[in-house]
Design a protein around this ligand. Structure first.
Ligand code: AMP
Ligand code: GLY
Length: 441
């Protein structure tokens, strides 16, 4: 089967590997020359992924039957709607269905209108004056977000990044003045707990779950620094997390199923992977965000342990024939992203980086190329995350040590890694924090 993939990051490299493993003939479009994707593709084109006409032109030229879209920006540009018009089936959502991610107001209102549990208090504004008046009335801590897309970097949390009314308003003004996200400001109630990611495959009606993942959004060790797209993540061999019970996971899955049902009832049936980010609070899981795609890095944790053919799963999502039986190996995984120095604020980019892929494999790990490029026949870093290294083993601890061994085979100038991800101390801190929140001493 000929499959078009869109996107040139670590998530897309992981998706391409999984498609390749299941026998697909891959044609890729991406803006950067990702050597991992190029290696597995029959053909590729370097273009802006949001250039819908150019992507459709390439899809038609190659005669692809099915498309898989990795990032959110082309979904917002309506790439799926256009591909479907020219007869390409898509394992990703339409522009209308992708609003679950592209508009945080749409997501919160959908939950409210359909009385779906797990929502947080919220209010959206199109000007700073009304935002300010509202903030003066709330009696709990808040989170400030642009309503539209910001690549995972637009969120500021009271008590962490914002410490006073003036701090809050300074950021609100910045969002309006610079039109960050392009759709105004949403003020959300701050949820307190531990975060986890539940992703599912979805065909519009049926969902099939992936293992739970915990991502690390903060740039620096010890969970400090600016929010990023995600510095690394881990899964456990039983597909739960050490601080999440099976019942809590079932609750998160029930929330996702209701969202899928609500989207269908509103005439925007959702097909593709769906990403639920939850805060596990004293009162159960609360929704932080829903994304219309795989998470990045989370895709790199789950796709290498996918047992079912990914090409078959994509076809089933696209054609409405998915069953709740997608299987994963019972392995733990730890992913750490190698990123350019300054990532999260201002990256030092365009510097050489190299990966000894065979040596990485010998360590019980896989390296996925992300925002790197080939310039004058040399691999260089871009401004975003460079290479994801995923260790796999029977326990988180062993997966973490495999990942660390493998990281020694990724070399470059001005790069850094959050080495604390997946380490026993950090995982234990999560478990202890959750105990404290549940009130268990
Ligand atoms: P997002 O880009 O929406 O995933 O937000 C980035 C990070 O900000 C999340 O991973 C959370 O740590 C934090 N965050 C976002 N929304 C909230 C909220 N309502 N309450 C507490 N923390 C939040
Ligand atoms: N890892 C968070 C995201 O993909 O949005």
């Amino acid at each position: 089967m000929k499959v078009l993939t869109v996107g040139g990051g670590g998530r897309e490299h992981a998706a391409v590997e999984a498609l390749y493993r299941s026998g697909a003939e891959i044609y890729a479009v991406m803006k950067n020359a990702n050597p991992g994707i190029i290696k597995r593709s029959k053909g590729y084109r370097l273009i802006d992924e949001r250039n819908v006409d150019a992507v459709c032109g390439y899809a038609a030229e190659c005669g692809v039957e099915l498309a898989f879209i990795g990032p959110e920006a082309p979904l917002e540009s309506g790439i799926v709607d256009s591909l479907e018009k020219i007869g390409v089936m898509c394992a990703s959502p339409t522009k209308a269905a992708a609003r679950i991610e592209t508009s945080k107001t749409f997501m919160r209102e959908l939950l409210e209108n359909h009385k779906i549990k797990g929502n947080l208090g919220f209010a959206s504004f199109d000007n700073a004056k009304d935002t300010s008046a509202y903030i003066r009335t709330v009696d709990h801590e808040i989170v400030v977000k642009p309503v539209g897309l910001t690549g995972g970097k637009g969120v500021k949390v009271q008590g962490e990044h914002l410490h006073s009314f003036d701090d809050i308003m300074e950021y609100v003004n910045e969002i309006f003045e610079n039109n960050i996200g392009g759709a105004g400001v949403i003020i959300e109630e701050k949820a307190v707990g531990e975060e986890f990611t539940q992703m599912v495959f979805c065909d519009g009606v049926t969902i099939s779950p992936m293992p739970l993942v915990q991502d690390h959004k903060r740039a620096h060790e010890g969970d400090v620094g600016p929010n990023t797209g995600g510095m690394g993540s881990y899964t456990d061999a039983d597909h739960l997390l050490p601080f999440v019970t099976a019942a809590e996971r079932a609750e998160a899955l029930d929330i996702i199923q209701r969202i899928v049902d609500a989207l269908r009832s509103e005439g925007c049936t959702y097909r593709g992977p769906m990403y639920g980010q939850f805060m596990l609070t004293a009162d159960g899981p609360r929704i932080i965000e829903i994304n219309a795609r795989f998470g990045d890095p989370e895709a790199m944790n789950v796709l290498p342990i996918l047992k079912t053919s990914f090409a078959d799963v994509c076809m089933a999502m696209a054609t409405g024939t998915l069953r709740n039986d997608v299987e994963f190996e019972n392995k733990a995984t730890v992913c750490k992203y190698v990123v350019p120095e300054g990532y999260g604020v201002r990256s030092k980019a365009g510097l050489p980086i190299s990966v000894d892929e065979d040596a990485v494999l010998r360590c019980g790990a896989i390296a996925y190329y992300a925002n790197v490029d080939i310039v004058d026949a040399k691999l260089v870093t871009g401004t975003s995350r460079s290479v994801g290294v995923v260790g796999m083993a029977e326990s988180i601890e062993k997966a973490e040590s495999n990942c660390e061994d493998a990281l020694r085979h990724v070399n470059g100038e001005a790069i850094f890694v959050r080495h604390d991800i997946g380490k026993r101390e950090l995982v234990q801190r999560r478990v202890d924090h959750m105990k404290e929140i549940r009130g268990v001493r």
